[in-house]
Write a protein that binds this ligand. Structure first.
Ligand code: ATP
Ligand code: MG
Length: 394
């Protein structure tokens, strides 16, 4: 008996003329992932991607886990393959599904027949498979209204597939189908969540990280790389461009009003991020800002941040509470790493009385006290790029 993985598309089904390019992006992504788990074929038909192991060495458990993280898929399931013949379907049902009935009080079988030339109707197929499973003597009863186990039989073009329910996939749209964006990735809780959320909408991701060595440590940077590795479960790859803000911070401390310090620093961050985004052909910036969370995220402070750039700025966490952001961070696996206690460049030299209602003209006046262009160029030249990947790239 052969087991395969079925991945059902989500929103892609709604796409009109573009559907085939979404499908091929999704299939390509699954194929790249499959390479690391052995020999598989990956093909799509009828709004489903079929991932089929070609030999016993292929690691279907590993591939299944990985497919659950792929954007563009709403449901994923492992299924047994049967010939399009009622006797074979019942044989496979007993072999593959009977053990799943152990200790289960009730079940229901539904059948779907997309091949209309198959001689039995869907209710007839379901009844035959239900009968075969009852004959296994497991004690589970048929319950059409509230079954403990929901079994499905799908008679499709080239074979019949049997499975006991599907799990939710990652949802969203396939990687790269919406273009590319630059994430401002700190070591905190919010920015990895922001990156995940925009990657889910089909954006390929790159990241910038700002350090302030020796005020921030090598370990703080390693932590950001670890966060990058976790994000790669969903984004598959993540180039991280690291810039040093050390000299900028020293200049600001020396020459500017302390109360404006964080806002001025954010101005430099945004300018460098935009420059990097343009060079890397990213169409937007992404941050983890959330309205009112800290002094630099009041409406007025966000206006200052936004005024630094002329490229779309996405803030997917803007309307979320911290607890909601943490729930997502836990779900995607970044939380435990994010809370490791290393310093961030925003937490060194923090003002005692940060401005929560800054006026833009006062910000520009403070900026005029330093040589902005020279500082930007110097920071730009400090760049170090590290590319994290989920799988070896061919
Ligand atoms: P986070 O949990 O993401 O660190 P935060 O609540 O600490 O967020 P801030 O420090 O004000 O908030 O930063 C707001 C946003 O600015 C972050 O979500 C991130 O997108 C960006 N950012 C902050 N510090 C850095 C950094 N060192 N490198 C890159 N981006 C940063
Ligand atoms: Mg932070």
């Amino acid at each position: 008996m052969k087991e395969i993985i079925l991945c059902k598309y989500g929103e892609i089904v709604l796409k009109g003329a573009n559907k085939s390019s979404f499908e091929s992006q999704l299939t390509k992504e699954l194929r790249r992932r499959a390479w690391q788990f052995g020999a598989f074929t990956v093909r799509h038909a009828q709004s489903t991607v079929y991932i089929e192991p070609l030999n016993d060495e292929a690691d279907i458990d590993g591939m299944y886990e990985s497919a659950r993280d792929v954007f563009g898929i709403v449901g994923v399931t492992r299924a047994a393959v049967a010939e399009k013949d009622m006797d074979d379907i019942c044989r496979v049902a007993k072999e593959y599904l009977a053990e799943k009935l152990d200790g289960v009080p009730s079940f229901r079988v539904d059948a779907k027949r997309s091949d209309k030339s198959f001689p039995l109707s869907s209710p007839e197929i379901a009844a035959r498979v239900g009968g075969a499973l009852l004959s296994c003597g497991k004690g589970a009863k048929v319950d059409l209204h509230n079954p403990a186990l929901h079994i499905r039989v799908e008679v499709r073009e080239s074979a019949a597939y049997l499975h006991a329910g599907q799990e939710r996939g990652a949802g969203g749209l396939p990687r790269g189908s919406a273009g590319k964006a630059m994430l401002l990735l700190s070591g905190g809780i919010d920015s990895p969540v922001a990156g995940y959320m925009m990657a889910k909408r089909g954006l390929e991701m790159e990241a910038v990280h700002f350090e302030s060595y020796p005020y921030t440590s090598e370990r703080a940077k390693e932590k950001v790389f670890s966060l990058g590795d976790i994000l790669c479960r969903y984004t598959s790859r993540l180039p991280i461009h690291v810039f040093s803000l050390t000299h900028i911070q020293e200049e600001l401390v020396k020459k500017c009003d302390e109360d404006y310090f964080t806002l001025l620093l954010r101005h430099f961050m945004m300018r460098l991020a935009e420059r990097c985004a343009r060079e890397r052909k990213c169409g937007a910036l992404v941050t983890g800002e959330s309205l009112g969370q800290v002094a630099s995220q009041t409406l007025e402070a966000l206006t200052v941040t936004e005024a630094a750039v002329s490229i779309p700025l996405f803030r997917p966490c803007i309307g979320m509470d911290k607890t909601e952001i943490i729930d997502i961070a836990r779900k995607i696996g970044t939380f435990e790493t994010s809370i490791l206690p290393y310093e961030d460049c925003c937490t060194v030299f923090t003002p005692r009385h940060p401005r929560t209602r800054p006026a833009l003209d006062k910000v520009w006046a403070e900026l005029a006290k330093v040589d902005v262009d020279a500082l930007l160029d110097e920071a730009w030249n400090s760049r170090e790029t590290v590319t994290r990947t989920l799988y070896e790239e061919k």
